[in-house]
Design a protein around this ligand. Structure first.
Ligand code: SF4
Length: 352
Protein backbone atom coordinates (compact mmCIF):
# COMPACT_ATOMS: atom_id res chain seq x y z
CA UNK A 1 0.00 0.00 0.00
CA UNK A 2 1.46 3.40 -0.95
CA UNK A 3 0.84 6.28 1.44
CA UNK A 4 -1.18 8.41 -0.94
CA UNK A 5 -3.77 5.71 -1.53
CA UNK A 6 -5.60 6.00 1.81
CA UNK A 7 -5.65 9.79 1.56
CA UNK A 8 -7.22 9.66 -1.91
CA UNK A 9 -9.77 7.08 -0.77
CA UNK A 10 -10.64 9.30 2.16
CA UNK A 11 -10.96 12.42 0.00
CA UNK A 12 -13.33 10.54 -2.32
CA UNK A 13 -15.38 9.53 0.71
CA UNK A 14 -15.33 13.14 1.99
CA UNK A 15 -16.58 14.47 -1.34
CA UNK A 16 -19.75 12.43 -0.84
CA UNK A 17 -20.07 12.52 2.97
CA UNK A 18 -18.66 15.81 4.32
CA UNK A 19 -20.64 17.12 7.28
CA UNK A 20 -22.55 20.32 6.67
CA UNK A 21 -21.04 22.76 9.20
CA UNK A 22 -21.70 26.51 9.34
CA UNK A 23 -17.98 27.38 9.26
CA UNK A 24 -17.08 24.95 6.49
CA UNK A 25 -16.63 25.44 2.75
CA UNK A 26 -18.02 22.21 1.28
CA UNK A 27 -15.79 20.24 -1.12
CA UNK A 28 -18.04 21.05 -4.10
CA UNK A 29 -17.79 24.78 -3.28
CA UNK A 30 -14.02 24.52 -3.06
CA UNK A 31 -13.91 22.92 -6.49
CA UNK A 32 -15.82 25.98 -7.71
CA UNK A 33 -13.15 28.29 -6.34
CA UNK A 34 -14.72 29.30 -3.01
CA UNK A 35 -11.97 29.78 -0.41
CA UNK A 36 -12.48 29.54 3.35
CA UNK A 37 -12.64 32.78 5.37
CA UNK A 38 -9.73 32.56 7.85
CA UNK A 39 -11.84 34.48 10.39
CA UNK A 40 -14.48 31.72 10.29
CA UNK A 41 -11.85 28.97 10.44
CA UNK A 42 -10.07 30.61 13.37
CA UNK A 43 -13.26 31.34 15.32
CA UNK A 44 -14.57 27.80 14.84
CA UNK A 45 -11.27 26.18 15.78
CA UNK A 46 -11.04 28.22 19.00
CA UNK A 47 -14.64 27.35 19.89
CA UNK A 48 -14.08 23.67 19.10
CA UNK A 49 -11.15 23.39 21.52
CA UNK A 50 -12.51 20.93 24.12
CA UNK A 51 -16.10 21.58 23.00
CA UNK A 52 -18.36 19.49 20.76
CA UNK A 53 -19.54 20.45 17.28
CA UNK A 54 -23.16 20.30 18.49
CA UNK A 55 -22.46 22.84 21.25
CA UNK A 56 -20.46 25.17 18.99
CA UNK A 57 -22.90 25.49 16.06
CA UNK A 58 -25.24 28.06 17.63
CA UNK A 59 -22.45 30.06 19.27
CA UNK A 60 -20.53 30.30 16.00
CA UNK A 61 -23.56 31.55 14.07
CA UNK A 62 -24.42 34.15 16.73
CA UNK A 63 -20.82 35.40 16.81
CA UNK A 64 -20.48 35.90 13.07
CA UNK A 65 -23.90 37.53 12.85
CA UNK A 66 -22.94 39.98 15.59
CA UNK A 67 -19.26 40.44 14.64
CA UNK A 68 -18.98 39.55 10.92
CA UNK A 69 -15.24 40.11 10.60
CA UNK A 70 -12.14 40.32 12.74
CA UNK A 71 -12.26 44.14 12.74
CA UNK A 72 -15.76 44.14 14.21
CA UNK A 73 -14.71 41.65 16.88
CA UNK A 74 -11.60 43.69 17.69
CA UNK A 75 -13.80 46.71 18.45
CA UNK A 76 -16.36 44.77 20.50
CA UNK A 77 -16.91 45.47 24.17
CA UNK A 78 -15.21 42.87 26.39
CA UNK A 79 -18.38 42.31 28.44
CA UNK A 80 -20.47 41.72 25.29
CA UNK A 81 -18.05 39.08 24.03
CA UNK A 82 -17.83 37.34 27.40
CA UNK A 83 -21.64 37.42 27.61
CA UNK A 84 -22.01 35.89 24.14
CA UNK A 85 -19.51 33.20 25.11
CA UNK A 86 -21.34 32.37 28.38
CA UNK A 87 -22.20 28.67 28.64
CA UNK A 88 -19.48 27.54 26.22
CA UNK A 89 -16.92 27.15 29.04
CA UNK A 90 -13.14 27.52 29.10
CA UNK A 91 -13.47 31.28 29.25
CA UNK A 92 -9.76 31.98 28.72
CA UNK A 93 -10.54 31.16 25.09
CA UNK A 94 -12.82 34.19 24.79
CA UNK A 95 -10.30 36.52 26.40
CA UNK A 96 -7.56 35.27 24.07
CA UNK A 97 -9.93 35.53 21.11
CA UNK A 98 -10.34 39.24 21.81
CA UNK A 99 -6.60 39.76 22.33
CA UNK A 100 -5.84 38.04 19.02
CA UNK A 101 -8.55 39.95 17.16
CA UNK A 102 -7.07 43.24 18.37
CA UNK A 103 -3.53 42.22 17.40
CA UNK A 104 -4.68 41.14 13.92
CA UNK A 105 -6.77 44.29 13.45
CA UNK A 106 -4.31 46.86 14.83
CA UNK A 107 -0.91 45.38 14.05
CA UNK A 108 -1.52 43.23 10.97
CA UNK A 109 -3.96 45.37 9.02
CA UNK A 110 -6.75 42.85 9.59
CA UNK A 111 -4.87 40.12 7.67
CA UNK A 112 -4.52 36.75 9.39
CA UNK A 113 -1.03 35.23 9.45
CA UNK A 114 -0.83 32.28 7.07
CA UNK A 115 2.14 30.40 8.45
CA UNK A 116 2.22 28.02 11.38
CA UNK A 117 4.83 30.25 13.09
CA UNK A 118 2.73 33.39 12.58
CA UNK A 119 -0.44 31.74 13.84
CA UNK A 120 1.09 30.14 16.91
CA UNK A 121 2.41 33.53 18.05
CA UNK A 122 -1.18 34.70 18.62
CA UNK A 123 -2.79 34.29 22.08
CA UNK A 124 -4.85 31.11 22.45
CA UNK A 125 -3.39 29.34 19.41
CA UNK A 126 -1.36 26.21 20.20
CA UNK A 127 0.30 23.73 17.81
CA UNK A 128 -2.92 21.88 16.96
CA UNK A 129 -4.97 25.01 16.26
CA UNK A 130 -2.15 26.59 14.21
CA UNK A 131 -1.91 23.44 12.09
CA UNK A 132 -5.69 23.23 11.65
CA UNK A 133 -6.06 26.88 10.58
CA UNK A 134 -3.05 26.67 8.28
CA UNK A 135 -4.41 23.51 6.61
CA UNK A 136 -8.11 24.43 6.44
CA UNK A 137 -7.81 28.13 5.59
CA UNK A 138 -4.73 27.98 3.36
CA UNK A 139 -4.42 24.34 2.23
CA UNK A 140 -0.94 24.01 3.72
CA UNK A 141 -0.02 20.32 4.12
CA UNK A 142 0.10 20.43 7.93
CA UNK A 143 -0.38 17.38 10.12
CA UNK A 144 -3.57 18.02 12.08
CA UNK A 145 -4.18 15.68 15.01
CA UNK A 146 -7.09 16.06 17.40
CA UNK A 147 -8.75 13.38 19.54
CA UNK A 148 -10.72 12.03 16.57
CA UNK A 149 -7.59 11.72 14.46
CA UNK A 150 -5.67 10.01 17.27
CA UNK A 151 -8.41 7.39 17.53
CA UNK A 152 -8.50 6.79 13.78
CA UNK A 153 -4.69 6.50 13.55
CA UNK A 154 -4.48 4.17 16.56
CA UNK A 155 -6.97 1.86 14.86
CA UNK A 156 -5.74 2.15 11.29
CA UNK A 157 -2.14 1.36 12.32
CA UNK A 158 -3.13 -0.90 15.27
CA UNK A 159 -1.13 1.12 17.82
CA UNK A 160 -1.69 -0.68 21.12
CA UNK A 161 0.37 1.52 23.47
CA UNK A 162 -1.65 3.66 25.87
CA UNK A 163 -2.47 7.11 24.51
CA UNK A 164 -0.16 8.96 26.90
CA UNK A 165 2.90 7.32 25.33
CA UNK A 166 1.50 6.69 21.83
CA UNK A 167 0.90 10.33 20.84
CA UNK A 168 4.21 10.95 18.99
CA UNK A 169 3.74 7.71 17.02
CA UNK A 170 0.17 8.63 16.13
CA UNK A 171 1.31 12.08 14.99
CA UNK A 172 3.96 10.48 12.74
CA UNK A 173 1.40 8.10 11.27
CA UNK A 174 -0.97 10.98 10.64
CA UNK A 175 1.84 12.90 8.93
CA UNK A 176 2.65 9.93 6.71
CA UNK A 177 -0.89 10.03 5.26
CA UNK A 178 -1.26 13.82 4.86
CA UNK A 179 -1.38 14.67 1.13
CA UNK A 180 0.32 17.65 -0.52
CA UNK A 181 -2.87 18.52 -2.41
CA UNK A 182 -6.23 19.29 -0.80
CA UNK A 183 -4.64 19.29 2.65
CA UNK A 184 -7.50 21.33 4.13
CA UNK A 185 -10.17 18.95 2.87
CA UNK A 186 -8.08 15.99 4.01
CA UNK A 187 -7.70 17.40 7.57
CA UNK A 188 -11.46 17.85 7.79
CA UNK A 189 -12.08 14.45 6.22
CA UNK A 190 -10.12 12.58 8.91
CA UNK A 191 -11.99 14.51 11.60
CA UNK A 192 -15.31 13.66 9.94
CA UNK A 193 -14.33 10.01 9.65
CA UNK A 194 -13.58 9.93 13.39
CA UNK A 195 -16.77 11.79 14.28
CA UNK A 196 -19.20 9.83 12.10
CA UNK A 197 -17.72 6.42 11.18
CA UNK A 198 -14.72 5.54 13.35
CA UNK A 199 -16.65 6.53 16.47
CA UNK A 200 -15.34 5.89 19.99
CA UNK A 201 -17.44 2.90 21.09
CA UNK A 202 -18.50 1.06 17.96
CA UNK A 203 -16.78 1.96 14.69
CA UNK A 204 -18.90 1.39 11.55
CA UNK A 205 -16.13 -0.38 9.67
CA UNK A 206 -18.45 -1.54 6.89
CA UNK A 207 -19.05 2.11 5.94
CA UNK A 208 -15.37 3.07 6.14
CA UNK A 209 -13.23 3.89 3.10
CA UNK A 210 -10.19 2.54 4.98
CA UNK A 211 -11.62 -0.80 5.99
CA UNK A 212 -9.59 -2.84 3.51
CA UNK A 213 -6.26 -1.56 4.86
CA UNK A 214 -7.14 -1.04 8.50
CA UNK A 215 -4.90 -3.13 10.75
CA UNK A 216 -7.00 -2.61 13.87
CA UNK A 217 -10.07 -3.87 12.03
CA UNK A 218 -8.17 -6.83 10.55
CA UNK A 219 -7.02 -7.86 14.04
CA UNK A 220 -10.47 -7.36 15.57
CA UNK A 221 -9.14 -4.90 18.16
CA UNK A 222 -10.38 -1.61 16.68
CA UNK A 223 -13.13 -0.85 19.26
CA UNK A 224 -10.59 -1.22 22.09
CA UNK A 225 -8.23 1.40 20.63
CA UNK A 226 -6.81 3.76 21.56
CA UNK A 227 -5.92 2.32 24.95
CA UNK A 228 -5.91 4.72 27.86
CA UNK A 229 -4.26 4.79 31.25
CA UNK A 230 -6.84 4.33 34.03
CA UNK A 231 -8.15 7.73 35.10
CA UNK A 232 -7.36 9.20 38.51
CA UNK A 233 -10.58 10.06 40.38
CA UNK A 234 -11.30 13.81 40.37
CA UNK A 235 -11.24 15.62 43.74
CA UNK A 236 -14.28 17.55 44.96
CA UNK A 237 -13.99 21.22 45.94
CA UNK A 238 -16.56 23.25 47.83
CA UNK A 239 -17.67 26.86 47.61
CA UNK A 240 -20.39 29.33 48.64
CA UNK A 241 -22.05 32.01 46.51
CA UNK A 242 -24.21 34.86 47.77
CA UNK A 243 -27.16 35.84 45.59
CA UNK A 244 -28.87 39.01 46.74
CA UNK A 245 -31.79 40.86 45.13
CA UNK A 246 -32.54 44.47 45.96
CA UNK A 247 -36.15 45.61 46.41
CA UNK A 248 -36.02 47.37 43.00
CA UNK A 249 -35.15 44.01 41.36
CA UNK A 250 -31.40 44.66 40.91
CA UNK A 251 -28.94 41.80 41.48
CA UNK A 252 -25.51 42.08 43.11
CA UNK A 253 -22.95 40.70 40.63
CA UNK A 254 -19.21 40.91 40.23
CA UNK A 255 -16.92 40.39 37.28
CA UNK A 256 -14.43 37.69 38.16
CA UNK A 257 -10.69 38.44 37.88
CA UNK A 258 -9.26 37.82 34.40
CA UNK A 259 -6.99 35.03 35.55
CA UNK A 260 -8.28 31.68 36.79
CA UNK A 261 -11.42 29.67 36.23
CA UNK A 262 -14.37 31.59 34.78
CA UNK A 263 -11.96 34.56 34.49
CA UNK A 264 -13.57 37.74 33.15
CA UNK A 265 -17.10 36.33 33.49
CA UNK A 266 -19.97 37.72 35.54
CA UNK A 267 -20.74 35.80 38.70
CA UNK A 268 -22.14 35.94 42.22
CA UNK A 269 -19.85 37.09 45.01
CA UNK A 270 -18.57 34.25 47.14
CA UNK A 271 -15.65 32.16 48.24
CA UNK A 272 -12.63 30.61 46.64
CA UNK A 273 -13.22 26.93 45.95
CA UNK A 274 -11.45 24.59 48.33
CA UNK A 275 -11.98 22.20 51.22
CA UNK A 276 -13.81 24.36 53.74
CA UNK A 277 -14.63 27.87 52.52
CA UNK A 278 -15.94 30.44 55.01
CA UNK A 279 -16.31 33.71 53.08
CA UNK A 280 -17.84 36.84 54.60
CA UNK A 281 -21.16 37.83 52.95
CA UNK A 282 -20.79 40.78 50.53
CA UNK A 283 -23.54 42.77 52.23
CA UNK A 284 -25.23 42.81 55.61
CA UNK A 285 -28.57 40.95 55.26
CA UNK A 286 -30.70 38.17 56.67
CA UNK A 287 -29.04 35.40 54.64
CA UNK A 288 -31.03 32.23 54.06
CA UNK A 289 -29.94 28.77 52.99
CA UNK A 290 -32.29 27.11 50.45
CA UNK A 291 -30.40 23.85 51.21
CA UNK A 292 -29.74 23.06 47.60
CA UNK A 293 -26.29 22.42 46.20
CA UNK A 294 -25.09 23.33 42.70
CA UNK A 295 -23.03 20.46 41.34
CA UNK A 296 -20.73 21.12 38.41
CA UNK A 297 -17.75 19.29 36.97
CA UNK A 298 -14.70 21.09 35.61
CA UNK A 299 -11.79 19.42 33.82
CA UNK A 300 -9.82 18.67 36.96
CA UNK A 301 -12.37 18.64 39.79
CA UNK A 302 -16.01 18.41 40.83
CA UNK A 303 -17.50 21.49 42.47
CA UNK A 304 -20.25 21.60 45.08
CA UNK A 305 -21.50 25.11 45.53
CA UNK A 306 -23.80 26.14 48.38
CA UNK A 307 -26.12 29.04 47.67
CA UNK A 308 -27.07 31.74 50.18
CA UNK A 309 -29.96 34.04 49.36
CA UNK A 310 -31.15 37.39 50.67
CA UNK A 311 -33.30 40.41 49.87
CA UNK A 312 -32.11 43.92 50.73
CA UNK A 313 -33.43 47.46 50.41
CA UNK A 314 -32.04 50.25 48.25
CA UNK A 315 -30.11 51.56 51.26
CA UNK A 316 -27.84 48.47 51.32
CA UNK A 317 -24.15 49.29 50.84
CA UNK A 318 -21.38 46.99 49.65
CA UNK A 319 -17.76 47.17 48.51
CA UNK A 320 -18.12 43.98 46.47
CA UNK A 321 -19.33 43.99 42.87
CA UNK A 322 -22.20 46.10 41.62
CA UNK A 323 -26.00 46.00 41.68
CA UNK A 324 -27.20 45.49 38.11
CA UNK A 325 -30.78 46.39 37.23
CA UNK A 326 -33.01 43.47 36.39
CA UNK A 327 -33.61 44.77 32.85
CA UNK A 328 -29.82 45.00 32.23
CA UNK A 329 -29.14 41.54 33.57
CA UNK A 330 -29.46 38.49 31.33
CA UNK A 331 -29.12 35.06 32.86
CA UNK A 332 -27.53 33.92 29.59
CA UNK A 333 -24.53 36.15 30.33
CA UNK A 334 -23.62 33.91 33.27
CA UNK A 335 -21.37 30.87 32.99
CA UNK A 336 -23.29 27.63 33.51
CA UNK A 337 -22.37 27.10 37.16
CA UNK A 338 -23.49 30.63 38.09
CA UNK A 339 -26.70 30.24 36.08
CA UNK A 340 -27.50 27.09 38.10
CA UNK A 341 -27.02 29.08 41.34
CA UNK A 342 -29.30 31.80 39.97
CA UNK A 343 -32.08 29.28 39.25
CA UNK A 344 -31.99 28.08 42.87
CA UNK A 345 -31.85 31.59 44.34
CA UNK A 346 -34.55 33.11 42.13
CA UNK A 347 -36.86 30.16 42.76
CA UNK A 348 -36.39 30.59 46.50
CA UNK A 349 -36.81 34.40 46.46
CA UNK A 350 -39.95 34.19 44.33
CA UNK A 351 -41.49 31.69 46.77
CA UNK A 352 -40.54 33.51 49.99
FE1 SF4 B 1 -11.97 2.92 12.05
FE2 SF4 B 1 -13.07 0.62 11.23
FE3 SF4 B 1 -12.32 2.47 9.49
FE4 SF4 B 1 -10.52 1.08 10.81
S1 SF4 B 1 -11.99 0.29 9.36
S2 SF4 B 1 -10.48 3.28 10.45
S3 SF4 B 1 -11.50 0.87 12.80
S4 SF4 B 1 -13.95 2.66 11.03
Amino acid sequence: MRDHEPSQALLNWYDANARDLPWRVAPAQRRNGVVPDPYHVWLSEIMLQQTTVAAVRGYFTRFINRWPDVGALAMADDGDVMGEWAGLGYYARARNLLKSARIIHREMGGIFPQTHAGLIALPGIGPYTAAAISAIAYDHPETVVDGNVERVMARFFAVTDTLDVAKPTLWEHAGSLTPKQRAGDYAQAVMDLGATVCTPKSPSCNACPWQENCRGHARGIAPDLPRRKPKQPKPTRFGIVYVVRRDDGAWLLERRPDRGLLGGMLGWPGSDWGDNPTPAPPVSANWQDPEKIVKHTFTHFHLELSVRVASVTRTARTDVGKFINNNMFHQNDLPTVMAKAFDIAKGWLDRN
